[in-house]
Design a protein around this ligand. Structure first.
Ligand SMILES: *Cc1c(COP(=O)(O)O)cnc(C)c1O
Length: 451
């Protein structure tokens, strides 16, 4: 039987891995996975790892989930995929009905793509195109938050703001209007999240006042900037933004690709502000972590701006080969059935509270600057100096030390920069949360001991 080293040799001969300096693998072992069950992964040597990050935030109900597997097997026997232009199928219709029913009221149309970045491209093009169809030709710009992340394709990269991913490609990207993030990490000692968040809205207010005539939309990640070091803010920002966007005639694009499907404690993060965005973007958890699929939900008035005689050339002529893939839609339907049948959001409240308690002792650690949480996302920020929250230089790669320690102990933690976080599948047990927290505490201790 193959072992890890057999597989790693074959892999490194032919693969180029995502988000990786491949030279690291001269000393950093690659982990080949033979199988997954529930919250656990198992490698080719039989070692098990608790998947504390849901395999990059996609898995919701465990690996090899029997219910999703069964639904997929049935779908596979009927139809794997069909062109969605001019044709349709049962899974995509049923899924669209469900999404319209469970997302914030007013979102009535579903447009599909096959990954998160593509959904961002769709929303950016759709918003721009809407204003053109309405005769507003001046509108061609987008407002975005600092520290935001919206994916890796050129349009998505342009509206994002994480320098590490963006800077190299800057000459290729459209220019955007960048507004300081309401991220509460920077608030004054003793200040509440809500107060800081509302104060930061002044920057957005000013940008809208100045640029609304040339701006198509504001795009943001509701409540948590995940790739931007799990920075968080208060829902009041979304409420203020909704009002301002309405006032100035600018679209609001809510990128819930990472935070949707219960991550922040509610099914969708926008619910916590009681708002409906003009575009809602979903992917990652949409298929329970099974298959690549994304969707852009929008409102009827936006849909109507494209609806006309063919010769008017107002149609949205955008497509991807795998748009509305039947297997992906079926996995998504099975995922939504689990949400409904198992009372997931309610149960997650107990898991989130357990995570809070399990991580709480780390608040006193001399190199933990902050512990923050929105529902099922909990983040611990490692800092060089607790008092002024001075960060560790990125070159020291302290997060990587935590990653390596956790792997040894059978937990998959993959810090972003100096931020160790938990974003586990919802099938995790309280005992597994305790293990995850124990290993994170050890990892932080090891990573911050030197220097
Ligand atoms: C992951 C992510 C994306 C990009 O999705 P991909 O499927 O990786 O292209 C966009 N926005 C946010 C908020 C994300 O977390």
């Amino acid at each position: 039987m193959s072992t890890n080293s057999d597989f790693v040799r074959r892999d490194l001969a032919v693969l180029w891995h995502p988000c990786t300096q491949m030279k690291d693998h001269e000393w950093l072992p690659l982990v080949p996975i033979r199988r997954g069950r529930g919250a656990w992964l198992e490698d080719f040597d039989g070692k098990k790892y608790l998947d504390a990050i849901s395999s990059w935030w996609v898995n919701l109900f465990g690996h090899a989930n029997p219910r999703i597997n069964a639904a997929l097997a049935r779908q596979m026997d009927e139809l794997e995929h069909v062109i969605l232009a001019g044709f349709s199928h049962e899974a995509v219709v049923a899924l669209s009905e469900r999404l319209v029913a469970i997302t914030p009221v007013g979102l009535t149309r579903c447009f599909y793509a096959d990954n998160g970045s593509s959904a961002v491209e769709v929303a950016v093009k759709m918003s721009f195109h809407y204003w053109r169809n309405r005769g507003q030709n001046r509108k061609a710009r987008f407002i975005t938050l600092t520290n935001s992340y919206h994916g890796e394709t050129l349009g998505a990269l342009a509206v994002g703001n994480v320098a590490l991913y963006k800077e190299t490609y800057a000459p290729l990207l459209m220019e955007v209007i960048s507004v300081p993030s309401p991220d509460c990490h920077g608030r004054e000692t003793g200040e509440s999240w809500e107060s800081h968040t509302c104060k930061m809205f002044a920057h957005m207010q000013r940008a809208l006042e100045q640029h609304h005539e040339e701006t198509c939309a504001v795009i943001l990640e509701p409540l948590v900037q995940c790739a931007g070091n799990m920075r968080m803010y208060h829902p009041s920002y979304l409420k203020l933004l909704r009002e301002a966007c309405d006032r100035y005639g600018v679209h609001l694009i809510a990128d819930e690709i990472a935070v949707g499907f219960g991550r922040t404690g509610t099914l969708f993060a926008c619910e916590q502000a009681g708002i409906t965005p003009d575009f809602l973007l979903l992917s990652k958890g949409l298929t329970g972590g099974y298959l690549p699929l994304s969707v852009v939900l929008t409102r009827d008035d936006i849909y109507q701006a494209f609806y006309d005689d063919y010769s008017k050339l107002t149609a949205f002529l955008h497509s991807h080969s795998y748009t509305g893939n039947a297997l992906g839609c079926r996995a998504a339907l099975a995922t939504l059935e689990i949400f409904a049948a198992d009372n997931v959001i309610e149960k997650n409240r107990m898991l989130a509270e357990h995570m809070r308690k399990a991580a709480a002792p780390l608040a006193d650690h001399p190199h933990v600057g902050e512990i923050r949480q929105h529902g099922m996302i909990l983040a611990m920020e490692m800092v060089k100096h607790k008092k002024n929250r001075e960060p560790y230089p990125w070159q020291e790669r302290r997060g990587l030390t935590v990653y390596q320690h956790a792997l040894k102990r059978g937990v998959l933690l993959r810090p972003v920069g100096n931020v160790v976080y938990f974003m586990p599948p919802y099938v995790i047990t309280p005992e597994e949360i305790d293990l995850m927290a124990r290993v994170a505490a050890e990892g932080i201790e090891v990573a911050t001991r030197a220097g």
